[in-house]
Write a new protein. Structure first.
Length: 200
C-alpha cells in the first residue's frame, strides 16, 4: 500500500490529474480531453497516466486505436482521496481567484459550490461588474477549471442587473448569498448588512 501512496503524489501535473478524475468520477476521457481540460501537454503527462493506470487509480480502455481513461471507484484509497481533494479546493488554495480583480470593474465575486464543497449550491460563482473583459474571463475560467478539475458554473451580471435582482428579492441570488459561500471581492456597500438582516 505504501508504494501506491508514494506513486500517487509526485508532481503538480499528477496532482492536477488526480483532482480531475476525482472530481469527474463517472466520465471517461481521451488524451485530448484530459490535456485540454487540465491545460497540460500529453508528452509531459503520458508517464503519469501510465503510472495511474498501473496502480489501478484509473482504468484504461482501448477502442480501435483510441484509448480512454476513467476513475476506478473501487480504488483502495478512493474515499480518502475524494475527501482530501474536496478540502483542498477551498478558495484560499485557488491561485487563479486572485486574478478576478483584473477582469474589469469587478464589484462582487462570491464563490460556493465546488469551491467549498457545498453540493446544494445552484452555482459555483456569482460575478458582478462592468466592462468585464470576455477574453480575460474566459482565460480565468479555463485556469480555474484546470486548477479545480471540474467545470465551473458561474453567473455574470452587470451592477445594474444585480441591484435590480436584489431589490426584486431574486430567489437565486438570495439563496446563494444566504447559503454557505466565500467572498473574493465585495465592493458593494451595505450588502453584508442587507443579507444579515434577512437572516434575523
Amino acid at each position: 500500500m505504501s508504494e501506491i501512496l508514494e506513486e500517487l503524489f509526485g508532481s503538480k501535473e499528477r496532482a492536477r490529474l488526480l483532482r480531475f478524475f476525482l472530481q469527474n468520477p463517472e466520465a471517461a476521457f481521451d488524451s485530448a480531453e484530459i490535456t485540454r481540460r487540465n491545460m497540460l501537454k500529453w508528452p509531459k503527462i503520458r508517464r503519469d497516466m501510465d503510472l495511474l493506470s498501473r496502480i489501478k487509480f484509473v482504468i484504461k480502455s482501448q477502442h480501435k486505436s483510441k484509448a480512454s481513461y476513467r476513475l476506478n471507484q473501487n480504488f483502495d484509497f478512493y474515499p480518502e482521496l475524494k475527501n482530501l481533494i474536496a478540502k483542498s479546493n477551498t478558495s484560499p488554495q485557488c491561485k487563479s481567484l486572485a486574478k478576478i480583480s483584473n477582469l474589469g470593474s469587478v464589484k462582487l465575486a462570491v464563490v460556493s459550490g465546488v469551491f467549498i464543497n457545498y453540493q446544494k449550491s445552484k452555482a459555483d460563482m456569482i460575478l458582478v461588474g462592468d466592462n468585464i473583459s470576455k477574453a480575460k474571463l474566459n482565460n480565468l475560467m479555463n485556469s480555474l477549471e484546470a486548477e479545480i478539475g471540474k467545470e465551473i458554473n458561474f453567473v455574470l451580471m452587470t451592477m445594474e442587473e444585480f441591484k435590480y435582482r436584489l431589490n426584486m428579492l431574486d430567489k437565486f441570488i438570495l439563496e446563494f448569498l444566504e447559503g454557505p459561500h466565500e467572498e473574493v471581492v465585495n465592493k458593494i456597500m451595505g450588502l453584508k448588512q442587507f443579507i444579515a438582516k434577512r437572516k434575523l
